[in-house]
Ligand binder design. Sequence first.
Ligand code: IFM
Length: 443
Amino acid sequence: MTFPEGFLWGAATASYQIEGAVREDGRGECIWSRFSHTSGKVLNGDTGDVACDHYHLYRSDVVLMARIGLRAYRFSIAWPRVLPFGTGAPNEVGLDFYDRLVDELLAVNIRPFVTLYHWDLPQALQDRGGWDNPEVVQWFGEYTDRVSRRLGDRVKDWITLNEPWVVAFLGNWLGIHAPGLCDLGTAYRVLHHQLLAHGAAIAILRRNVQDVSAGITIDLGYFEPATERSEDVQAAWREDGFKNRWLLDAVFKGHYPTDVINWVAEWLDGIDLDAVAQAAAPLDFLGINYYTRTLVEAASSGVTAARPVKPANAAFTTMGWEVYPEGLYQLLVRVHREYQPRALFVTENGAAFADVLTPDGKVHDEARRDYLRQHFDAAERAIQAGVPLRGYFVWSLMDNFEWSLGYTQRFGIVYVDYATQQRIVKDSGQWYAEVIRQNQILA
Ligand code: IFM
């Protein structure tokens, strides 16, 4: 169970989920500040105002990462820290923060992976339509240009977008994420514009960053039919088209899948589908976020005419997600076979459990350790099968703001006591440190 030499073991976070300091040093308001301060949108009225206070504690957080032995750290830039109103005059003080963070990381040999967009769109842009406004391609380009010109001499690994599907559908169709809209046509336009913005950003990164390695992170679902009945098999395929192929085909083939276009046509009005060819700029890598599988059966209504079925005898995380490592193996092998990305990273994988800080001052999170062990094993099998998997980022470095679920879900390998901001490396984190040190999966 030894991993290839140089395999990049890492951990991931995102700006709004950990930074806090939302009104400091000229940062502008983002859609998640607005959404979380709107009554009833986030569990317990939680917000990212303080979160893990990483904006102030980043130095000691990097020390912690070095103690764990991380080889790479994936974090995102808060667009409104850099451009408080989304476009126009940059906020140099905001950029300085990321500048210092990058320097701290490099000083301890941790390779920074920067995600440009992990959901904190400037509210000023949302007020102009946000991702639904075609001008967003230009806005995102301007932002990408600013950040990459500032950090590109030291940061070589860039991810344009995190989980564009979630941004589009949870934020604009289901309304459970910012900006909280409920319209499927809007969701499709938002997704389309993100893909165009991604393509444009790749070109900018190539221009600004010498020796760049640029990619995108897509959350892939693993869908299996609940039975062998052909209607369930077709339902699972539709879910796959809705969630996976729509993005993978766009990014790797420059077009949307025809079968899906046919049954979502009524929501695609006004979208120039051919323009998605611009999203297929060659990539250096694809980032995959994987958490669970969904068992599917046919239904008589709903966009995909399918519904999830709860598997029997399965283990679940506190998110209600089934623990299903085989899905990671299957997805890695399939993406490699069908889309041939130059390289792959697992840019997120991890689990939320009800962690308890025990009187011995520790967090004994065997369930998370088991979850990670099984998923590392799936990754290793994929590498053996020829998949060019180059690294693995555990979600998450530390417990943080889990969007509409607030602080109720703990995903970290580091426990955060939100009252004191004390960090405690969980047992899973100690174990991960040893996995990294030995570059192999340990019992
Ligand atoms: O916390 C999120 C992250 O921001 C995006 N991917 C899924 C994680 C767990 O829900």
